[in-house]
Design a protein around this ligand. Structure first.
Ligand code: TRP
Ligand code: SF4
Length: 404
């Protein structure tokens, strides 16, 4: 059994939609870049997830995968600190998805909000497929295959982490009940030091009888410190704490981060499909042109008409990119018609260019060395597969599928 500490392991993913834009950068990548220093991070290029909605058109999938990988790397995801891999290169994830499908009630999948929402939104596509219904379960398999305890996602994905927790709990409940589980657990308690054993019993009672969550956390920390019991015993005791069976698949948590909403060039949310995005690899000219053409408060028809920043998407970008002093200048100048919209945009354009410059340089380097990118991803896939294989060994064993 490998010694994975789920609390220190992060998994997240993105569907490969090709080149990324500022919305991805501020909404996801900056957060990942920070996490990679603190956690054992796995970042998944979720190509099977892309198929759930784009199954008809797969010819540019490979291009999209490598374009996204280049943008991840150029933005600062460091393959020395994080494992970058392609979902479909880890067939164990498909196996886990299938095995979990056996214990997943249809109603759990049907009530995930994104199921109906997306069907409504993407009306032009036929999303009444088995695969699309299984989207959250596929994500569950992504997370559980790596026994990740922390899943950084936006609020829209919270329900997917929640269903992951429910499925992990159900799996542990159904398959964590090895014969004589209680006896094994009691014996394992006996192997801890006397003081630790007494404390464990007390904390367990406090949680089971009074629902004291703090006691649960303390007991978990206590178990982590025990060096004289085997990992198998440790997992038993984790499970015994909650009154369930052995904990085979840990329940993850969503790591919600407050990220700024990046407005697109038309003021709606920035998105490739709305054609309103600034891509990380846009040339300086393209960035400047796009921002110069960006609509502003419609009240400012003429230079002398005062405006209201709250009605202007350019102001939303200032809030992300410029400092307090500059923002005051915008507020004052806009409302008094002291500045024109082009004046207002100039410092913003400079700030966006300064942020993108190093990313563009790195991206060119990677574009010119596709073999480097491929080998980073190949290494990541191999490392990811090792982990998933380890998990699947345990899963098969727990399910009684480890025959030869
Ligand atoms: N469903 C996620 C999205 O659309 C992408 C994703 C796939 C993911 N697998 C994941 C996110 C695992 C977190 C964990 O954004
Ligand atoms: Fe928008 Fe700035 Fe023009 Fe005001 S001055 S409308 S904030 S671009």
């Amino acid at each position: 059994m490998s010694a994975v500490d789920p609390q220190s392991r992060v998994l997240s993913g993105m569907r490969p939609t090709g080149r990324l834009h500022l919305g991805h950068y501020h909404g996801v990548l900056k957060n990942w870049i920070e996490l990679q220093h603190e956690f054992d991070c796995f970042f998944c290029i979720a190509d099977w997830h892309a198929l759930t909605t784009h199954y008809e058109d797969t010819h540019n999938l490979e291009e999209h995968i490598y374009d996204m990988a280049i943008d991840w790397l150029a933005a600062g995801i460091n393959p020395g600190s994080a494992t970058l891999f392609i979902q479909s290169r880890v067939p164990e994830q498909a196996e886990l998805h299938l095995l979990l499908s056996m214990i997943t009630p249809l109603s759990w999948l049907e009530r995930v909000p994104t199921y109906k929402d997306q069907q409504e939104k993407l009306r032009e596509k036929d999303l009444s497929t088995y695969g699309f219904l299984g989207y959250p379960l596929l994500q569950t398999a992504d997370i559980l295959a790596y026994r990740a305890g922390q899943v950084p996602v936006g609020a829209d994905q919270e329900a997917h982490v929640e269903i992951t927790r429910e499925i992990a709990r159900r799996f542990n409940h159904v398959y964590g009940r090895e014969p004589g589980f209680e006896t094994h657990a009691e014996a394992a308690i006996g192997k801890m030091g006397k003081k630790a054993a007494t404390l464990y019993r007390k904390l367990r009672r406090s949680y089971l009888e009074k629902g004291n969550e703090e006691a649960l956390d303390t007991a978990r920390a206590l178990l982590k410190e025990q060096s004289n019991i085997t990992l198998g015993d440790q997992e038993r005791l984790f499970g015994y704490l909650e009154g369930t069976g052995k904990m085979i698949l840990p329940e993850p948590q969503a790591l919600l981060t407050s990220t700024p909403k990046v407005p697109g060039l038309d003021g709606q949310k920035m998105s490739k499909s709305y054609n309103n995005a600034i891509e990380l690899r846009d040339t300086p000219d393209a960035v400047a042109t796009k921002l110069k053409r960006m609509p502003t408060d419609p009240a400012r028809c003429r230079r002398n008409d005062p405006g209201d920043p709250e009605k202007c998407p350019v102001w939303q970008l200032h809030k992300i990119y410029t400092d307090k002093e500059r923002q005051q200048w915008v507020q004052q100048g806009c409302k008094s018609a002291g500045i024109g919209c082009l004046d207002c945009k100039r410092p913003l354009i400079d700030a966006v260019q300064a942020e993108l410059d190093p990313i563009r340089i790195e991206a060119v380097e990677l574009e010119n060395n596709p073999d480097v990118v491929k080998s980073i991803i190949a290494d990541g896939c191999e490392a990811a597969r090792d982990e998933a294989q380890e998990t699947l060994r345990e899963v098969r064993e727990a399910m009684g599928l480890d025959y030869r």
